[in-house]
Ligand binder design. Structure first.
Ligand SMILES: Cc1cc2nc3c(=O)[nH]c(=O)nc-3n(C[C@H](O)[C@H](O)[C@H](O)COP(=O)(O)OP(=O)(O)OC[C@H]3O[C@@H](n4cnc5c(N)ncnc54)[C@H](O)[C@@H]3O)c2cc1C
Length: 403
């Protein structure tokens, strides 16, 4: 439950509280998390008390209702710590709550959002399948209407929080005669419903302390009232709402991760002496640091700019995709340079940077992999330039604006 004193804080005070929590509990708790192989329960309880599960949920549904710009600034702070912590509440604040908020019925919002905001109901977003990853529109899981309920058959994989979720937001084909996106609907399914089985992978390369999972549905019933928004065939449109939100959070996460890695690495380089002085005195080392800082700040600006547009009432989906693409590539580049600059300490021993290097790699794959974003951005550019000569989500002052 969110501490009532937290609810009373204004944004700057809240941001300060989260920055302090990041330093004193998340970062300092990383070794405990790594040795236990899981995010400890006492940290999850603190996250709930501090309202981290509710940052994007309106106050009328029990959340803290911070704007997108504020959520992004909070993410810059709490993702200075391992991004594994964030994954424990990311599916609640982004993918699931935003789809329920924008596309759910009022009954679904009232039923789910207050418990989600309080950190008492964990949701997972179940889209990816063995045969439908980047090509999600061709997913095979079915949800067939049988009287007052749907019956779900199929399986999902790589699902964040599959093992901890109380409810899954499942994307399934409700119209088997429609092979594309129009046949897909979103349904809420209890994790303990009959015929549901979850399994964790044996090996995770990165994100080891919050593994993704597989979910299998065998004739699993869910009531017709659990069809998101009560409308079939709109699943992928509904998913996009949460996905755009989540992509911007991923971009902000990359900024937080790169900030921490550069702070840690620069400190190390100031202290490590070779050739009669600190490594940070060497020109080649400084070139890597300076370039990394510039790229970090470019990513921060892109992310904040998209968040401001979001708050002003538009979802600049192409610029959000560009920010997610750029920031995830940036974090990986920065991580790789930092590991290099640490030398042997980047490979051997407990330094946090090599762990983060492994963790940030996944950010170039989920919420749309980098090549898929490149392809989609290029396709949108080609189409729009052919139509009116401008780029998608353009900053240009167009004839439309001046008319
Ligand atoms: C840590 C983690 C957490 C995740 N969490 C979730 C979750 O909560 N819910 C969920 O539903 N899914 C989740 N996923 C799944 C994720 O969304 C998919 O892994 C992603 O969509 C890619 O699908 P795939 O792995 O099947 O790769 P594939 O689709 O097989 O693609 C493999 C690679 O091929 C290339 N490629 C594919 N298509 C194209 C194209 N059109 N043009 C150019 N190159 C292309 C890309 O390099 C891509 O990385 C998660 C994945 C990871 C790793």
């Amino acid at each position: 439950m969110i501490d009532p004193a937290i609810r009373a804080l204004d944004f700057d005070a809240y941001l300060g509280r989260i920055a302090e929590f990041t330093d004193s509990e998340l970062i300092s708790g990383e070794s405990e998390m790594v040795s236990k192989g899981a995010v400890p329960q006492h940290i999850l309880s603190r996250m709930a008390e501090l309202g981290l599960f509710g940052i994007s949920i309106p106050r009328r549904y029990g959340g803290l209702e911070w704007s997108m710009s504020q959520q992004v600034r909070l993410t810059f702070e709490f993702t200075r710590a391992s991004c594994v912590y964030r994954s424990r509440f990311s599916t609640v604040i982004g993918l699931c709550s935003q789809a329920v908020l924008d596309h759910g019925t009022e009954e679904q919002r009232q039923r789910l959002l207050p418990a989600m905001a309080a950190g008492e109901l964990v949701t997972a977003f179940a889209l990816t399948e063995e045969h439908a990853g980047s090509d999600a529109a061709h997913l095979r899981t079915t949800a067939i209407r049988r009287g007052d309920h749907y019956e779900i058959d199929g399986s999902k994989r790589y699902i964040t929080n599959a093992a901890w979720a109380d409810i899954f937001l499942v994307f399934a084909r409700t119209d088997p005669n429609e092979p594309g996106a129009e046949g897909i609907s979103a349904l809420l399914v209890d994790a303990d419903a009959p015929g549901v089985r979850t399994a964790l992978p044996e090996i995770m390369n990165g994100h080891a302390e919050a593994p993704v999972g597989e979910i299998v549905f065998r004739s699993t019933p869910t009531s017709a009232g659990n069809l998101l928004g009560g409308v079939p065939g709109r699943g992928l449109v509904q998913a996009l709402r949460g996905i755009n939100h989540a992509r911007l959070h991923v971009a902000a996460t990359c900024v937080g991760q790169a900030t921490r890695m550069l702070e840690e690495t620069t400190r190390y380089l100031n202290e490590r002496h070779q050739f009669g002085g600190p490594l940070s005195d060497l020109g080649a080392v400084q070139a890597d640091l300076g370039r990394s800082f510039a790229e970090l700040e470019a990513g921060r600006s892109m992310t904040l700019e998209c968040a401001q547009a979001f708050d002003a009432g538009t979802v600049p989906r192409y610029r959000i995709a560009a920010a997610k693409l750029y920031c995830s590539e940036m974090a990986s580049q920065v991580a790789d340079r930092c590991v290099q600059l640490l030398g042997g300490a980047g490979v051997v021993g407990p330094h946090p940077v090599p762990r983060m290097w492994r963790d940030v790699r996944a950010l170039r794959i989920y919420e749309g992999s980098s090549p898929v974003h490149e392809r989609n951005l290029a396709k949108a550019m080609i189409k729009q330039v052919a139509a009116d000569g401008t780029l998608p989500d353009t900053f240009r002052v167009t004839r439309r604006d001046t008319a």
